[in-house]
Design a protein around this ligand. Sequence first.
Ligand code: HEM
Length: 137
Amino acid sequence: MDLSFLPTVNAFLNGLTGALLLVGYFFIRKGNRSIHKRVMLTAFSTSILFLISYLYYHAHVGSIPFKGTGVARPVYFTILVSHSILAAVIVPMAIVTLSRALSSRFDKHKKLARWTLPIWLYVSVTGVTVYVMLYHL
Ligand code: HEM
């Protein structure tokens, strides 16, 4: 089966997650808790979909070597390593942030969420960056 469309789907899900996180933040800053909740739960869902699709793709295709040369190489690998480390960190962070909110421990939720949000945004944006550099340079 031809899976070459999946990296584009994955990058789209990454970008969508980043956009949803920004929208969710915008709504909590405006004091709208119910839209904040819905948008953040949607961001969590698009991340899960991404993770499933990403793991499926790489289980079937393996790893893709970076073809860029010169300065693009250290730039790419710096982004890739920081992205990968923080992608592993964000999974438990997002789950704990979410569980604190869903159990109405909002003080604790807010404290952790101020770290979770920027890290999650960084992972989403660098996910799209890695995709563009790997498949379109
Ligand atoms: C993992 C996904 C989520 C992230 C990243 C997130 C992010 C944030 C952030 C950054 C704040 C602090 C805003 C500020 O600086 O004033 C916040 C506050 C808040 N969030 Fe979330 N949120 C998430 C999920 C949820 C969910 C599912 C709910 C509802 C069940 C929720 C309810 C709230 C409430 C009520 C506040 C205000 C807390 C207060 O000001 O005391 N959040 N959230």
